[in-house]
Design a protein around this ligand. Structure first.
Ligand SMILES: Cc1cc2nc3c(=O)[nH]c(=O)nc-3n(C[C@H](O)[C@H](O)[C@H](O)COP(=O)(O)OP(=O)(O)OC[C@H]3O[C@@H](n4cnc5c(N)ncnc54)[C@H](O)[C@@H]3O)c2cc1C
Length: 433
């Protein structure tokens, strides 16, 4: 059997499937095909962009953690559902074929790009380590260049960061980059207040996912940190040195982060199978209707939410991880080991880290903010990261951050090209703009 993708869903599915098959001494080949050799713990990408956590600490190596699974590096390009085969491209660009008798599709999602002129060329997302590292380096480099620029308008543009998307990941990114810029100002010797942050969203509230009360608490923190939040607003045009907003105002900037939401990975749309809201439609047992040997889950799939009939489960790690476990059980059942079950999970709340000393969280619907929420948020991540060594490294990073000043370094590991949506997330580039 073949699992496509090594994210939350594929990783959890493989881990549990190997355990189930092991218990039954079953001789089944489990292969995982993914362009990367790790599972990415995305909730800490804002911390990577903010320079708190090293990128390596949020990547869980597949080697050693998925023993018994054959790991194949490659991006799946097409699937022949009737012929039970697929093709993938390996890292050297060679096309290869692979057959399967059970297929689990978990290629996740990519940043949803809208038809905004210049967006794909000049903005960057936050779905990959390349994008997170690029944002950190780029913000610091612009602040350094501002220090030697003799044109006042250009200097201010270099000290202006525009972030689009005030849901939890965009908001976390804004506060982490703000903290990084503050550290840079203190260490390089310029006034923190000269660095301008603008956070835009079409919605009328920041982080609607956490409810009105915590959303309002988050808004207060953003304003206290000098982040200019503009709601009911997005980008109309993006240029190399400025953006135009939907109210036709202009902001001079060299840094635009686009964190507005996701859509199913491009592979899903090309399968010729039924889609729902950009995701592959599956049944409550996570199989594709009419194709009992094909399964999908996570961000790539539209999974019916049995706790809220008529809805599909939201694209969160919380669902992805649990769906991975259900996938393993149901795939094993089709091989004759155990019984199938339907996927049902009630949302257990969200934790949102709002930078130095503050967070908001609603675990099991208990609304927390401030320092208690910060403790819950960090403890939750340390519990949820699926490997001890990574938990250890992240704990030390948090401890270092609590005791010492943030390191203001741009190492240049990710270039502007590496961090383009096309290169880092595998999104086909729209026609030139
Ligand atoms: C910045 C950020 C912060 C987040 N914070 C939270 C949070 O705090 N809490 C929460 O619940 N959720 C959070 N999420 C959402 C969470 O990351 C996703 O819901 C989760 O990753 C979905 O898991 P997945 O397995 O479906 O996809 P992913 O984890 O994205 O994994 C998809 C995998 O498929 C691979 N792949 C893609 N295309 C192909 C292909 N063609 N062939 C082979 N492999 C392919 C990818 O390389 C990757 O390995 C966050 C997301 C982001 C971006």
């Amino acid at each position: 059997m073949v699992i496509v993708g090594s994210g939350f869903t594929g990783f959890e599915c493989a881990r549990k499937l190997v355990r189930i098959l092991g218990k039954h001494d079953a001789a089944v080949d489990v292969t995982m095909i993914s362009p990367v050799d790790y599972m990415l713990y995305t909730p800490l990408l804002p911390d990577v962009a903010g320079g708190v956590v090293d990128a390596r600490f949020v990547t869980i190596p597949l080697a050693n953690t998925l023993r018994g699974v054959k790991i194949v590096r490659g991006r799946v390009d097409s699937v022949d559902i009737e012929g039970r085969a697929l093709t993938y491209t390996d890292p050297e660009g060679r096309r290869r074929d692979h057959s399967w008798d059970r297929l689990v599709l978990t290629p996740g999602s990519v940043t949803r790009l809208f038809d905004v002129p210049g967006l794909a060329t000049h903005a960057r997302g936050l779905k990959s380590t390349a994008e997170a590292l690029y944002l950190r380096d780029h913000v610091l480099e612009q602040l350094e260049l501002a220090g030697i620029d003799d044109d006042p308008q250009r200097t201010q543009a270099r000290r202006t960061v525009v972030i689009v998307g005030a849901s939890y990941s965009g908001t976390e990114l804004a506060v982490q980059l703000r903290a990084l810029a503050d550290a840079a100002a203190d260490q390089m010797g310029f006034d923190r207040a000269t660095v301008r942050f603008v956070l835009l969203d079409m919605a009328e509230q920041v982080m609607p996912e956490v409810g009105d009360r915590l959303g309002a608490a988050a808004m207060r923190v953003l304003q206290e940190r000098g982040i200019d939040v503009r709601l009911g607003m997005t980008l109309k045009e993006v240029h190399a040195d400025h953006v135009i907003l939907t109210d036709d105002s202009r902001i001079d900037t060299r840094t635009v982060a686009w964190v507005t939401g996701v859509t199913g990975a491009p592979l899903i749309a090309d399968l010729g199978l039924e889609m729902e809201r950009g995701r592959l439609k599956v049944q409550a047992d996570l199989s594709v209707a009419g194709h009992p040997h094909v399964f999908a889950a996570g961000d790539a799939a539209a999974v019916p939410d049995l706790t809220e009939p008529g809805k599909i489960t939201p694209p969160t790690a919380q669902h992805a991880t649990r769906q991975g476990k259900t996938l393993a059980r149901n795939v094993a059942a089709t091989l004759g080991y155990g019984t199938k079950k339907l996927y049902k999970h009630r949302n257990m709340g969200l934790v949102v880290d709002l930078g130095p000393g503050y967070a908001v969280a609603n675990p099991l619907n208990v609304a927390l903010s401030g320092f208690p929420a910060k403790v819950v948020t960090r403890a939750y991540h340390l519990y949820a990261i699926p490997r001890f060594v990574n938990r250890w490294a992240v704990s030390l990073a948090y401890l270092t951050d609590a005791v010492f000043d943030r390191s203001v370094v741009s190492i240049g590991l990710s270039s502007q090209e590496d961090a383009q949506f096309a290169a880092s997330e595998g999104i086909p580039m729209p026609k030139a703009d």
